[in-house]
Write a protein that binds this ligand. Structure first.
Ligand code: ADP
Ligand code: MG
Ligand code: MG
Length: 252
C-alpha cells in the first residue's frame, strides 16, 4: 500500500491547522512523525481516519492512487488502513470478543479470505497469549471502564488480528507507561515481519527506542519541515525542537 498526502490543508473552526502537508508513506516501512505539541500531528491522524470534526480545505490523501477523503472510516479500514482510536466509544452490550470477530470478518472478506469460527478463536487466543492479555478480557464490554493500558491492549490486539497493510498510531503526548509501550512495540514489531507499514506519531523519542523507524518526519506549524532517517531522532533528542525552529527559520 502506498499513501500519498498532497498539499493537505485543514482547519478547525476558523483556525488553519494543517498548512500544506506533503508526505509519502508505504507498507513495509515504519515512519515516525514527530513534532512539538500543537504542531498538528493528531489533526493529521484524525483526517486520515475520517473524523468529521476536522474540515479539509485542500489537497488529497491517496491510497494506491485513490482519494480516500470522501470515504467513511469503515471503507478506509476495508482498504487495509488501521487507525487507532477509530472506535474510541463505549458500545453498550458489545463485548470485546464480538467486536473483534466482526472487525476481523470484515477485513478478511475485503481481502478475499474466509475465516471460520474455529480459526478465529485460534488466532484470537494466539494474539492474547502473545500480548499477555487475560482470557477474561474478551468478555468485557467494549471500552467500558477501560484503563489507558487496557485501551492500548485492545487496540494492538485488534491491529494484530486485522493484519492491516498500514497503521497510523497516534500516541498521547503524556506518554504511555512502560507496559503499554511494550505492548505497542511488541505488536508492531511482530507485524513488521510481514509487509506491514506504520506511521508512529509521537512527541517524544522514547517509543522509537522500541520501534526503530525507517524514516522520520518532523512537523511544525502544520507542515513537514524535514524528513530523514533514524539519526534524526538522535539529533532531535540532543538539540531539541528549538534547533528545528532555527534550522528551518520557523517564526512563532
Ligand atoms: P499535536 O497532536 O501535534 O499536539 P493537534 O493536532 O492536537 O497537535 O493540534 C494542533 C492545533 O489545533 C493546536 O493548536 C490545537 O490547540 C488545535 N486543536 C486541536 N484540536 C482542536 C479542537 N478539537 N478544537 C479546537 N482546536 C483544536
Ligand atoms: Mg497534542
Ligand atoms: Mg497529538
Amino acid at each position: 500500500m502506498k499513501i500519498e498526502i498532497r498539499d493537505l490543508t485543514a482547519r478547525i473552526e476558523d483556525t488553519p491547522i494543517l498548512n500544506g502537508i506533503n508526505l509519502e508513506l508505504e507498507s513495509g516501512k515504519i515512519h515516525a512523525l514527530m513534532g512539538p505539541n500543537g504542531s498538528g500531528k493528531s489533526t493529521l491522524s484524525n483526517i486520515i481516519f475520517g473524523n468529521p470534526s476536522y474540515e479539509v480545505t485542500g489537497g488529497e490523501v491517496l491510497v494506491d492512487g485513490q482519494n480516500i477523503l470522501d470515504m467513511e472510516p469503515h471503507e478506509r479500514a476495508r482498504l487495509g488502513l488501521f487507525l487507532a482510536f477509530q472506535y474510541p466509544v463505549e458500545i453498550p452490550g458489545v463485548t470485546v470478543g464480538r467486536f473483534l470477530k466482526r472487525a476481523v470478518e470484515i477485513r478478511r472478506e475485503a481481502i478475499g479470505q474466509e475465516i471460520t469460527a474455529k480459526e478465529y478463536i485460534k488466532e484470537l487466543r494466539a494474539a492474547m497469549e502473545f500480548l499477555d492479555i487475560d482470557q477474561q478480557f474478551i468478555n468485557r464490554y467494549l471500552n467500558q471502564g477501560f484503563s489507558g493500558g487496557e485501551k492500548k491492549r485492545m487496540e494492538i490486539m485488534q491491529m494484530m488480528l486485522m493484519q492491516p497493510d498500514f497503521a497510523v498510531l497516534d500516541e498521547t503526548d503524556s506518554g504511555l507507561d512502560i507496559d503499554a509501550l511494550q505492548i505497542v512495540s511488541k505488536g508492531v514489531n511482530k507485524l513488521r515481519d510481514g509487509n506491514f507499514g506504520a506511521l508512529i506519531i509521537t512527541h517524544y523519542q522514547r517509543i522509537l527506542n522500541y520501534i526503530r523507524p525507517d524514516y522520520v518526519h518532523i512537523m511544525y506549524q502544520g507542515r513537514i519541515v524535514t524528513s530523514g532517517g533514524e539519526d534524526l531522532v538522535t539529533t532531535l533528542e540532543e538539540k531539541g525542537y528549538d534547533w528545528v525552529k532555527q534550522q528551518y527559520g520557523i517564526k512563532e
